[in-house]
Design a protein around this ligand. Structure first.
Ligand SMILES: Nc1ncnc2c1ncn2[C@@H]1O[C@H](COP(=O)(O)OP(=O)(O)OP(=O)(O)O)[C@@H](O)[C@H]1O
Ligand SMILES: [Mg+2]
Length: 220
């Protein structure tokens, strides 16, 4: 089990997080609490109804324009839950996490030798795993060639009904600013159900709470 988690490259911070412990009351505004409750419900049902969604090849697209709203945490908790519930001996499940920037970095590296292209574990995994979490898509700068290669990876996943979860600070349509050919947003539109996360900076809030408790310690 923990070997699978390691292989999945889920960041240490999120290796043990659960959907259940996704805290709705961390959000201050009523509207945010409602959005958070809906996102949590969608995440839980996604795991529960994974077999159906898996046949349809449908993933989720978590987005909010603010940073630190809980997108990566919720995405990783889905990966953890899928490994807990749906990874059996008869039916092994492969899941994989990668920051989009890392994947694109690997794609760039494979350009190094011109005709003599190197393969890469991250690229292979991103293409072939049953469930991929592509974290934080849309911020990176991408050359035409990188865009083309990412399109091919997503295309492969779409054609083969592999499930992709995304997190982003952009709405799907806004991805066209980063990927002007429009082929990325088109594919993501087809392969995911969009989930608007609360527009609240939970990371900032938690950092502030942490510092408040540190204050006591440091001023003791
Ligand atoms: N609903 C929540 N319950 C518990 N912890 C949360 C919740 N939302 C966010 N956090 C915590 O807040 C921090 C920021 O969350 P996370 O990294 O998921 O944000 P993000 O939306 O992915 O941010 P970014 O846009 O910068 O990628 C993490 O430490 C995470 O564990
Ligand atoms: Mg994130």
């Amino acid at each position: 089990m923990s070997r699978k988690v390691k292989w999945a490259r889920i960041p240490e911070e999120f290796q043990k997080v659960t959907i259940n412990s996704f805290d709705i009351n961390l959000y201050s505004e009523q509207q945010s609490k409602e959005k958070a409750a809906m996102a949590k419900k969608i995440a839980a049902n996604f795991v529960k109804k994974f077999d159906v969604l898996s046949q349809q090849g449908k993933g989720l697209y978590f987005y909010s324009s603010v940073k630190g709203s809980g997108k990566s945490r919720l995405g990783c908790s889905i990966l953890n839950a899928l490994l807990q519930v749906h990874d059996t001996e008869e039916n092994p499940l492969s899941v994989f996490y990668t920051p989009t920037a890392d994947l694109l970095g690997e794609i760039k590296n494979t350009m190094g030798g011109n005709s003599n292209m190197k393969s890469s574990d991250i690229i292979d995994a991103a293409k072939t795993v049953k469930v991929l979490l592509l974290d934080d898509i849309g911020v990176e700068k991408a050359s035409d060639w990188v865009e083309e290669t990412l399109t091919r990876i997503l295309d492969y996943r779409l054609q083969n009904k592999k499930i992709t979860l995304f997190t982003s600070n952009l709405e799907i349509d806004e991805l066209d600013n980063t990927y002007p050919a429009g082929r990325i947003s088109d594919r993501i539109d087809k392969m995911t159900f969009p989930v608007h996360m609360p527009e609240e900076k939970i990371r900032r809030k938690l950092a502030k709470q942490e510092n408040e408790s540190l204050l006591d310690l440091l001023l003791e």
